[in-house]
Design a protein around this ligand. Structure first.
Ligand code: XBP
Ligand code: MG
Length: 282
């Protein structure tokens, strides 16, 4: 089920800036930086199943239920999630290092399961993602990715959702291996900004989780949040704009959310207006 209609809010300052003024000068917006899991697609259920399948494949007596996984999601990164889980187990002291030593192998098996599921078409892009990506391309706004997940997962999702040449459409792809610290640290966003040679004031981040929001804000980015099934109860009070989804012709934004962005879908024009209004109105 896409988006929770009640989840719509905008940071007042921009909403009060008189419309149209910011439109005269060329927009500041240089790039949109997309998170992956929960933002481009609601992927965590597939990740959860891929983990459970890997546990079976490797003879581990573990199974992550949805409530368990929702809790484990507080740890960003699949390997970090495994480590957090192992630490939570009531194991004899010697048992912990042995299992910690198996994390790489478990995560490799999980990634193979996950990419197989994605390439089989089991994970669809969220509403409005492809439309906004096309809108950005038409407006010469560059596209980037800042994610915690493994690069192979990004490639599989983009290839399946946007076509075999999808990766070429992204100026910078910052994934799990490109940042020393994972979200909520700002590292992956700072990596993308460096590669892009852009300032945070010229870019907008699109996220789904509190961890991701904190990372984007720590990097100084105007941040739009579209909560996912797994994150809809998290705290997004620091977000600049919260929408249940990006909206699409098939599933337009409900009146409350639509009123915030002046349309039943969030488009590049509105994102530019907001970023430029911030520049104009400070
Ligand atoms: C969210 C994550 C990821 C995935 C699992 O990533 O925390 O770790 O849950 O992927 P995003 P890996 O920043 O895109 O929201 O197992 O490859 O880490
Ligand atoms: Mg995410």
């Amino acid at each position: 089920m896409e988006g929770h209609p009640g989840l719509a809010r905008s940071r007042d300052s921009v909403a009060q800036c008189p419309q149209g003024e910011a439109q005269e000068a060329p927009s500041t917006l240089k790039a949109l930086i997309f998170d992956v899991d929960g933002t481009l697609a609601d992927t965590e259920e597939a990740h959860r199943c891929a983990f459970n399948e890997a546990f079976q494949q490797l003879g581990l007596p573990w199974n992550w239920s949805k409530p368990k996984y929702a809790h484990l999601l507080l740890a960003a990164g699949g390997k970090e999630r495994l480590a957090a889980y192992i630490r939570s187990l009531d194991l004899p002291a010697a048992g912990v290092p042995t299992l910690m030593g198996r994390i790489e192998a478990i995560h490799r098996a999980k990634t193979l399961n996950y990419t197989r599921m994605v390439l089989a078409g089991e994970v669809a892009l969220r509403d409005g993602v492809e439309r906004l990506i096309d809108d950005a391309a038409r407006s010469h706004v560059r596209l980037c990715i800042a994610t915690t997940t493994t690069f192979a997962n990004v490639e599989a999702l983009l290839r399946t959702g946007l076509g075999p040449k999808a990766l070429d459409r992204f100026a910078v792809v910052g994934a799990g291996g490109n940042a020393a610290r994972k979200k909520p640290a700002a590292d992956i966003y700072e990596y993308v900004l460096r590669q892009l040679d852009a300032s945070p004031q010229e870019c907008v981040a699109i996220e789904d989780s509190a961890n991701g929001l904190r990372a984007a804000k720590a990097a100084g980015l105007y941040t739009i949040v579209t909560p996912s099934f797994w994150t809809r109860t998290e705290d997004f009070s620091d977000a600049d704009l919260v929408l249940p989804s990006l909206g699409s012709a098939l599933r337009p934004l409900m009146p409350g959310a639509a009123a915030l962005v002046g349309n039943t879908m969030l488009g590049i024009r509105e994102i530019c207006r907001r970023l430029d209004a911030l520049r104009e109105c400070g």
